[in-house]
Design a protein around this ligand. Structure first.
Ligand code: DQA
Length: 146
């Protein structure tokens, strides 16, 4: 069975409670359930992992190689700081779609640059938690094209 990994970085376990004016009221559990529902129709499995620790995210990316056909990744604030996560993504063959719930370009200037975007297949920004769903649909459509 085809599998996708949903990966979320620091503070995204707080979705629903965290700055709802920026990130909305949906919890990560809601997002996971929606993605599961979308992908079920395509016979695609989804595993989810969230961590507040950079090293754990790096380990998960390494383990994803050969085990997933795609990764949907919201790296949270590590987007703007982590060369180590960029190198981890570069070290695997699995395509990564970077997702940001908020429109980082309309926020503080330190959020405007992603260290990861250049090594990701693409980026979805500012469409709320719908961005995760769009990324799931993207991978599902790739499977269908095979
Ligand atoms: C975020 C944007 C980041 O700048 C921020 O640090 C986050 C969430 C987003 O989903 O909009 O934690 O990745």
């Amino acid at each position: 069975m085809n599998s996708i990994l949903l990966l979320n970085g620091p503070n995204l376990n707080r979705l629903g409670k965290r700055e709802p004016g920026i990130y909305g009221s949906e919890t990560l559990e809601n997002v996971e359930a929606k993605l599961q529902n979308i992908l079920k129709a395509y016979n695609v499995n989804i595993d989810s992992f969230q961590s507040n620790h950079e090293g754990e995210l790096i380990d998960k990316i390494h383990q994803a190689d050969d085990n997933y056909m795609g990764i949907i990744f919201n790296p949270g604030a590590y987007t703007h700081t982590s060369i180590a996560l960029r190198d981890a993504i570069s070290s695997i063959d699995v395509p990564v779609v970077e997702v940001h719930i908020s429109n980082v370009h309309a926020r503080e200037s330190f959020r405007h640059h992603s260290l990861l975007a250049a090594v990701c297949e693409g980026q979805i920004v500012g469409l709320g938690t719908k961005g995760y769903e769009l990324a799931a649909e993207y991978f599902a459509s790739k499977i269908q094209e095979r």
